[in-house]
Design a binder for this molecule. Structure first.
Ligand SMILES: Nc1nc2c(ncn2[C@@H]2O[C@H](COP(=O)(O)OP(=O)(O)OP(=O)(O)O)[C@@H](O)[C@H]2O)c(=O)[nH]1
Ligand SMILES: [Zn+2]
Length: 212
């Protein structure tokens, strides 16, 4: 985590949420300067009325779009783990994903489907989409995003198994480059019981009704 992104931490900000929107003004100034140059280099006139505040907006937007660097996924999960005698599969599906590819810094977006089988503890349901965001709101490749979500849940919650499926459209493949408007990339990652056909099939069946 790069502390230069922020004005100083509060001591009680364990998972990082307090930091969002409290960005270091010097960093915003520096990013503004660079975006001002970018606007000039693409042939625009940063002094024209519509663009006057654009470098600052871009700086703030970029820091927001990468705010996953400021959050601690493990702490988020740990903050809502409850002892519970439930041993069936828990599935949270259709979680919106907004990320940016690390190759072009263009968006890729779609859905994540996450499941786990508890091993004495369940996690607060909202924490699953939250950790999807922690890893999505960084420069990513879809494969690594999928693995990072799986590994975080497995290592923190120690469940009987974890399954993650992500399906996304990549703007770098539609707005530019190969220019394929309708291709969707699907990635998956499993641990434990989900490595067995029966459990994996149950998970895939549970999410398949909505696969786009
Ligand atoms: N595996 C993987 N590749 C990605 C992801 N996002 C973007 N890419 C790919 O990263 C690759 C970068 O390839 P390069 O040949 O270096 O870049 P490029 O010349 O801009 O490639 P084109 O997109 O084919 O024009 C491209 O094939 C992208 O489609 C991702 O999440 N996972
Ligand atoms: Zn890309």
């Amino acid at each position: 985590m790069d502390n230069n992104r922020h004005i100083p931490d509060r001591d009680d900000d364990i998972d990082g949420y307090e930091k969002i929107d409290r960005y270091n003004p010097d960093l915003i100034e520096s990013l503004k300067g660079h975006y001002h140059e970018v606007l000039k280099l693409i042939g625009e006139h940063p002094g024209r009325e519509g663009l006057l505040k654009t470098p600052e907006r871009m700086a703030k937007a970029m820091l927001y779009l990468t705010h996953g660097y400021d959050l601690n996924a493990e702490e988020i999960l740990k903050s809502a783990m409850f002892k519970e005698d439930y041993s069936q599969m828990v599935v949270v599906k259709d979680i919106e994903v907004y990320s940016m590819c690390e190759h072009h810094m263009l968006p890729f977006l779609g859905k994540a489907h996450v499941a786990y089988i508890p091993n004495g503890y369940v996690v607060g349901l909202s924490k699953i989409p939250r950790i999807v965001d922690v890893f999505a709101r960084r420069l990513q490749v879809q494969e690594r995003l999928t693995n990072e979500i799986r590994d975080c849940i497995q290592q923190t919650l120690n469940p009987i198994g974890v399954g993650v499926v992500i399906e996304c459209r990549h703007m770098c493949m539609s707005m530019r480059g190969v220019q394929k408007q309708n291709s969707v990339t699907t990635t998956s990652a499993f641990t434990g019981a989900f490595l067995q056909d029966k459990t994996r099939t149950e998970f895939l069946n549970l999410i398949s009704s909505r696969l786009s």
